[in-house]
Design a protein around this ligand. Sequence first.
Ligand code: FNR
Length: 372
Amino acid sequence: KNKTLLFSPITTKSSTSHNRIVVSPMCMYSADNGYMNDFHLVHLGQFAYKGAGSVIIEATGVEPRGRISPHDLGLWEDGQMEPLKKVVEFIKAQGSVPGIQLAHAGRKASMGSPFAGYRLIPEDEGGWSQDVVSASDIPFDEHHPKPRALTVDDMKQVTQKWVDAAVRADKSGVEIMMIHCSHGYLLHNFLSGNSNQRTDEYGGSLENRMRYPLEVIKAVRDVWPDEKPFWVRISGSDHKNIDSFSRDDDGWDIYQGVEFSKELKKIGVDVIDCSSGGNLPDIKYPAGPCWQVPFAETIKKQVGIRTSAVGIITKGVECESILQENKADFVSVAREFLRDGAFPLTAARDLGVAVKWGNQYERADRERAIPK
Ligand code: FNR
C-alpha cells in the first residue's frame, strides 16, 4: 500500500527525509532582536511531529539590516544559537530534518510586518531606513526606503556575515542550508536587471549580475559541511509579463534562471527550490493551483539538478503527480501548513497511504478509537 513517491524516503548527502514534503520557509514576524522563542518551538515543532519530512525555518537575517522587519529571525550573533538549537533538536527528535533559510532583505528591509501594517518603519520605531542596501539605489516602490548601492568593500563584509551565520547554523545542528536568492531580496536584487543598474563588474551582463550571488553562495558552500544538503531558493521570473515564460533579457526570467542554476550546480548546490516574483511592484501573477511548478520542471530537466516545487500546492494528489511526472524531487508547501499543521497526515489519508504517526499520536490513526 505504501507505494507513493511522496511518502518514500529521499536522501541528499548524509541526510534522509522520511518523505518529500517540505515546510516552505515562512516569516512569522515574532522574534525579539532576532531571537527565537516559545512561539517558534511550538509553531515549527508541530510540523515535525505531524509528519513533515523536512522543516525549513523562515528567512533568518545574516545581519540586522538584512531583516525585512524588526521582528524577523536572525543569526548574526552567537546568543541566537541557543534557542535555535532547542528548535532544531526538537525537530530532529520527531524524525524530521531541520533546515534554515539564511537571508538578507536588501532593498525590501526596514518594513513593518504584514500584521503590524505594511509600511516603512522609521528609525525611532526600531527601523533602519537610512541603512537599507541593495545592488543599486532604486527603491522597490514608493512605500519602501531608498536603498544605498553597496560598494565592493561593503559586499565583501556582507559576504562574511553570510559565512558567519552559516557556521552558527551548522554548530546549532541545522541539517539543510537554504540560501534565499529570491523574492526581491538582496541576492535577487543583484541578479535582476530590474533592480541592478550597476556599471561595474557586478552589473550589466548576466555573467556580471550573477557574480555577487555566486560569490556569496560559494563562500557559504565552502564552510557548510560537504555531507549536509545545500539548497538555494530562486525566483524563476520577475513576472514583468503575466506569462511565466515570457522573456525579460535585461531583467530576470526563467532562461536566466536556468543559466544561474547551471552555475549553482557547479559549486555544489544540491537542490534548487523554485519560487518566483517579488522583485517588482504591482505585478499580476498567473497564480492558481501548482502554478510555479513549471519553473521547477524546467530547471530539473534543463540543468539536471534536483528541484523543489512550490506554489499553491494543497493536495496529496497534486504532490504525488508532481513527483510521478518527474517535475520535481521535493514538494514545498507553505500556506496549507498554516491551515492544516497535519498536512502530511491529511495527504497520506487522501492517497490511501499508511504512515507512521508519532508515538504519542498513534491512536489517532485508528478508524475507531478503542478505549484502554
Ligand atoms: C512566505 N514565503 C516565504 N518565502 C521564503 O522564501 N522565505 C520566507 O521567509 C517566506 N515567508 C513567508 C511567510 C508567509 C506567511 C507566507 C504565506 C509565505 C513564501 C512561501 O514560502 C511560499 O513560497 C509561498 O507562500 C507559496 O507557497 P504556498 O503558500 O502557495 O504553499
